[in-house]
Design a protein around this ligand. Structure first.
Ligand code: PLP
Length: 380
C-alpha cells in the first residue's frame, strides 16, 4: 500500500473538501473587508455571521460570546491575560502538569513576572485529584486553567466540577478545549466556564484560526486592541478561514457525532487487535474517560522514536508526543507527570480522524505486528 495512512490527527487534520470549496471564493473574488459599509463588505459580514452562528452551535454558545483569534494558543493566552488583568492584586494561578505548551510557557513567563503557579499532579493514568485542586486554592488565586482533553493520552477532565469549585471560590476558570471540540459534545451552559478555547486545524479547517468563548465580555481585556470582534480582538477578520471553520462546524453538526462513534469503535478495535497480536504492551491514559480518537500505546523494549521512523518508511504517520514537542528531544511532560516507565515503555500516539478507514487500521495493524517482531529481534 503506497497511500499515506495518517494517524496523527491530534497534531493536525486534513482540510475537508467541503471546507476548501467553501473558502475558495473568499480567497478570490469575495475579498471585501467585512467592516466596509458598501455591498462588497456587508455581504461578507453576513457570511461571517452565519459562520459564527454555526461555530457557536458546536458548543451550544450564543454567537455573541465567541471571538475569532489566530489559533488555539492565542485563545489560551488571551483568556489568561484578561483574567489576570481583571484581578491585578491576586498573584496565584492553578493549572496542571499536563497542559499544552501554550499554557505552560505562558505560566513560566508569569512566574518570572512574580506570579505563583500551582501545577496540579496527575496519577499514573493521567487523572487529576480534585481534592488537591481544592487544597491549592488561596485568597490570592485569580484563575484556574485546566484542559478538557489531553492531546497526548486523550484523557477527558471533569470540567464542570472544576468550574464549580472555581466559582464557589470566586475564581475565574479557563478551559483549553482544543482537543475536545468536535470530538465530544460540549454544552457551554452546563459547564459554566468563563473562557473556552478551540482551534480550526484540529477539526478539518485550516491552520491559523482559533476561537475563544468569553462568558462576560464586560470584564474582558483584549490581547490585541481594535474595533473588530466588538472591540475584543483587533485585526481585520481572517474571512476565508472563519468561513472555512464555519463549514467545518456545520459538517460536524450534520454528522451528529455519528462519525465520532465510528471513530471510537475503530480505536477500540485497533487496541484489541494490538493486544491480541503483540505481547507486552501498555496503553496509557484513562481508558474509561478518553476522547474517542486517541490511543497512546507502548511496546516493551521498543523505542517510540525508532518505531515512528520505521512506520514512516511504510507511509504510516503517528507521533511520539505532541507535534509541538516533537522537535525538542525531551521526554513528554505528560508521561513524566504520569511517572511512566519510559525506558521500557515509550509510547507512540495514534490519533484517528474523520477520514480514517477500517482498511487503513487493518493495514496499520498488519505492518505494526511485523515491525515490532523485527525490532524486538534486533534488540535481542
Ligand atoms: N491546546 C492543545 C490541547 C493542543 O493540542 C494544541 C495544539 O496541538 C493547542 C492548544 C494549540 O492550538 P494551535 O495549534 O491552534 O495554536
Amino acid at each position: 500500500m503506497n497511500q499515506i495512512i495518517y494517524l496523527d490527527n491530534n497534531a493536525t487534520t486534513k482540510v475537508s473538501e467541503g471546507v476548501l470549496n467553501k473558502m475558495l471564493p473568499y480567497l478570490k473574488d469575495e475579498y471585501g473587508n467585512p467592516s466596509s459599509i458598501y455591498s462588497l463588505g456587508t455581504k461578507i459580514k453576513k457570511e461571517l455571521n452565519i459562520a459564527r452562528e454555526n461555530i457557536a452551535r458546536l458548543i451550544h454558545a450564543d454567537k455573541n460570546n465567541i471571538i475569532f483569534t489566530s489559533c488555539g494558543s492565542e485563545s489560551n493566552i488571551s483568556a489568561i491575560m484578561s483574567s489576570i488583568r481583571q484581578y491585578p492584586n491576586k498573584k496565584h494561578i492553578i493549572t496542571t502538569k499536563v497542559e499544552h505548551a501554550s499554557i505552560l510557557e505562558c505560566m513560566k513567563y508569569l512566574e518570572s513576572d512574580g506570579y505563583n503557579i500551582t501545577y496540579l499532579n496527575v496519577d499514573k493514568h493521567g487523572r487529576l485529584d480534585l481534592k488537591e485542586l481544592e487544597k491549592a486554592i488561596t485568597k490570592d488565586t485569580c484563575l484556574i486553567s485546566v484542559m478538557m482533553a489531553n492531546n497526548e493520552i486523550g484523557n477527558i477532565y471533569p470540567i464542570k466540577d472544576i468550574a464549580k469549585i472555581a466559582h464557589n471560590n470566586n475564581i475565574l476558570f479557563h478551559c483549553d478545549a482544543v482537543q475536545a471540540v468536535g470530538k465530544i459534545k460540549i454544552d457551554i451552559n452546563e459547564l459554566d466556564v468563563d473562557f473556552l478555547s478551540f482551534s480550526g486545524h484540529k477539526i478539518n479547517a485550516p491552520k491559523g484560526i482559533g476561537v475563544l468563548y468569553i462568558k462576560d465580555s464586560n470584564n474582558y481585556t483584549p490581547l490585541i486592541f481594535g474595533h473588530q470582534e466588538k472591540n475584543r480582538r483587533g485585526g481585520t477578520e481572517n474571512v476565508p478561514y472563519i468561513i472555512g471553520l464555519g463549514k467545518a462546524a456545520e459538517e460536524i453538526l450534520n454528522d451528529n457525532y455519528q462519525k465520532e462513534k465510528g471513530i471510537e469503535k475503530l480505536r477500540d478495535y485497533l487496541e484489541e487487535e494490538v493486544k491480541k497480536n503483540i505481547e507486552d504492551i501498555h496503553i496509557y491514559g484513562d481508558k474509561q474517560n478518553r476522547i474517542p480518537n486517541t490511543s497512546s500505546i507502548a511496546f516493551k523494549g521498543v523505542k517510540a522514536d525508532a518505531l515512528m521512523l520505521v512506520l514512516e518508511s511504510f507511509n504510516i504517520y503517528v507521533s511520539t508526543g505532541s507535534a509541538c514537542n516533537a522537535e525538542i528531544a525531551l521526554p513528554s511532560h505528560v508521561l513524566t507527570a504520569c511517572k511512566a516507565n519510559l525506558e521500557d515503555y515509550s509510547p507512540i500516539r495514534i490519533s484517528l480522524g474523520t477520514y480514517t478507514t477500517k482498511e487503513e487500521i487493518d493495514e496499520f495493524i498488519k505492518r505494526l505486528i511485523g515491525i515490532i517482531k523485527m525490532m524486538r529481534k534486533d534488540i535481542k
